[in-house]
Every structure is written in structure tokens, then in C-alpha cells.
Ligand binder design. Structure first.
Ligand code: NI
Length: 154
């Protein structure tokens, strides 16, 4: 299966709001598959559809060993949040850039899975951070908008 090109921060598309997925079609499943493969190929822990040029509310996340495995979320939405954490982030659309972002310590997220069922995810620490980062992408927000101590690494 082909992987997508990842668009970078200069692309205005990353600043647009993504659209709700009205129906889970085979194309949505294919999008999830290809996004997941693209994320792994790029050694990322998360990817949102606008990062591959598609303005749909679809994200994939896999934070590795400490996480629940691959999360494939359609129309994710933060229902509750609490606490604070400040920590380093990067983004596949901002290659070589890292910075600290203040995020909620805990989030409760509602989404659809690929069967069209509503699921609830409660997350803390790094998984909560990843969820907030990816859901921000669906609103056209990049981590560099609020990051402090931005560093460039080549
Ligand atoms: Ni990102």
C-alpha cells in the first residue's frame, strides 16, 4: 500500500478546519490504513488527515509500548479535560522542530471507531498530549503556535 506525502507547515491547508466525516465508507477505512502506514514509515506517534492533504476529521495515534496500540479515530472530540502538563513535542509537519507545549494532563475523548460505534478514551500524560496535538490539527492549529523554547535540529 502506498504511503502519503506529509505536508509541511508552509502549506496553508494545515491552517484549515477539517470536516466531520458523515459516513464511514470503505474510502475512510482506506484513509485510516494509509495514514497509519505513513505514520509508522515516518516514525511518528500520531498523524491527522490534514497532514496528508485531506481535510477530514480523522486521526491515527500510536505512542508505542506505553500506549494502548494503534488508535484510529473518526470525528474525535474532547469532552473533558483536567490538570496541566508541560513537555516537549514535535510534529511530522514541522520537521526538525521541537518545543515545550502546555497541555491538559487528562482528557476524555469521544470518537467513532471504524465500525461507526461511539468510543470513549480516557488518557493521561503522553497519550493525552498526543490526542490534544492531533485534534488541534483538525482545527488548523500547530504545536508551534503555543510552544516555548523552540529548537531546530538538523
Ligand atoms: Ni502534528
Amino acid at each position: 500500500m502506498a504511503i502519503y506525502n506529509i505536508v509541511t507547515k508552509e502549506d496553508k491547508l494545515l491552517r484549515k478546519k477539517s470536516q466531520v466525516v458523515p459516513e464511514i465508507t470503505p474510502n475512510v477505512i482506506k484513509l485510516l490504513d494509509r495514514m497509519q502506514e505513513t505514520m509508522y514509515a515516518a516514525n511518528g506517534v500520531g498523524l491527522a488527515a490534514p497532514q496528508v492533504g485531506i481535510l477530514k476529521r480523522v486521526v491515527v495515534i500510536d505512542i508505542g509500548e506505553d500506549g494502548p496500540g494503534a488508535l484510529r479515530l473518526i470525528n474525535p472530540e474532547i469532552l473533558e479535560r483536567s490538570g496541566w502538563q508541560n513537555g516537549p513535542e514535535g510534529c511530522l509537519s514541522c520537521p526538525g522542530m521541537y518545543g515545550d507545549v502546555k497541555r491538559s494532563q487528562y482528557v476524555k475523548v469521544k470518537a467513532l471507531n471504524e465500525q461507526g460505534e461511539e468510543i470513549i478514551i480516557e488518557a493521561e500524560d503522553f497519550l493525552a498530549r498526543a490526542l490534544q496535538h492531533e485534534i488541534d490539527h483538525l482545527e488548523g492549529i500547530l504545536f508551534i503556535d503555543t510552544a516555548t523554547n523552540i529548537e531546530y535540529e538538523k
